[in-house]
Design a protein around this ligand. Structure first.
Ligand code: SF4
Length: 322
């Protein structure tokens, strides 16, 4: 996985198998600016849809990478920002479905553009659409997700409802638990009331696992996660899963890419610890440690200490709004 600008990974995942990431917006163009975003602060807060990265170049990279027939289960539109902001996502999906029908196609979206019929149409044929819903009360939505000025929580909620009734693939919902913000019983009951109106396959509960842009954001403890799971499950006919653990089932072993490139490719999207890298790349701990030291000395990567350990990233945590 060397020299690719728009592809990253493949990333091993307990839920998706081995997934190739595709970045459709530059770091970090998003419609919202979540207080917990593991990619750092949003630098371009916008709802303008355009061809942020050229579809032709993404297709060229995909064609080159997939030509070697890599071990791969799915292709996931994710990365550092909101993929549905790219106005070419629909055409790209059609091209992949035509040229590479064997792969499961997935998008991770914050759902804020699903009030737009065009966006709903463009992603309705994906195999899996994972939608984040962190808050349904307007004040909480503003506080946690810090949306672009033109977005409202009511439009987002209606858009998601509409999309769930139109999508031909599976809908996975995700809710990020932030202690002190959306983990009180009233917020969870309000969320459950909304989520029960959605047709979905599952709801996944997540909490902080990597450094957040806001230092006051902390992980939810096991008791809180269990309480949230019980309350939300009482509303839903589909399962509520706790996914707030690092995946441990799969390891992707890339024997051809230089280890420096491999590390930079992974941590350019989100900060990772040595253990995360070891688990993801399958490389030896000592070897990884030596390379991390070297890259740090050359100031190609940076580190910071958080609750879960030392996280490595390719940029200092200094995101600012434009
Ligand atoms: S929607 Fe995703 S990429 Fe955008 S700020 Fe939130 S967590 Fe980050």
């Amino acid at each position: 996985m060397s020299n690719y600008q728009y592809l990253f990974g493949p990333i091993p995942s307990r839920r998706l198998g081995i997934s190739l990431g595709v970045d459709l917006v530059p770091h970090k163009v998003c419609t919202i600016d979540c207080v917990y975003c593991e990619c750092g602060a949003t630098s371009t807060l916008t709802t303008d849809r355009k061809e942020y990265v050229p579809r032709a170049k993404v297709q060229a990279e995909l064609a080159e990478f997939l030509a070697i027939k890599p071990q791969l289960d799915c292709i996931t539109f994710s990365g550092a920002g909101e993929p549905t902001l790219n106005s070419e996502i629909g055409a790209l999906i059609q091209w992949i479905q035509r040229e590479y029908p064997a792969y499961t196609l997935v998008v991770l979206t914050n759902g804020t553009l699903l009030h737009l019929p065009t966006v709903r149409r463009e992603i309705a044929s994906l195999d899996i659409v994972k939608i984040s819903v962190d808050a349904v009360a307007p004040a909480l939505f503003t506080e946690i997700n810090r949306p672009a000025a033109s977005l409202t929580v009511s439009a987002m909620m209606e858009g998601i409802q509409q999309f769930c009734s139109e999508c031909t693939g599976k809908i996975w919902l995700e809710h990020f638990l932030i202690p002190g913000k959306n983990t009180d019983e009233a917020s969870l009951h309000q969320l459950g009331t909304y989520l029960q109106t959605l047709t979905a396959e599952k709801l996944q509960l997540n909490t902080l696992d990597r450094p957040a842009p806001e230092s006051w954001v902390t992980p939810a403890d096991a008791v809180t996660v269990r309480m949230a799971q019980e309350i939300l499950q009482s509303y839903l006919s589909y399962p509520v899963e706790n996914v707030s653990k690092v995946d441990t089932t799969y390891t992707f072993s890339d024997k051809t890419t230089p280890i420096e490139t491999l590390i930079c490719n992974y941590i350019s999207r989100r900060p990772m610890t040595l253990q995360d890298l070891q688990q993801t790349t399958g490389k030896d701990e000592k070897e990884l440690h030596a390379v991390l030291e070297k890259l740090s000395q050359e100031e190609l990567i940076f580190s910071r200490t958080e609750q879960r350990g030392i996280f490595y990233e390719t940029r200092k945590n200094n995101g600012t709004k434009e």
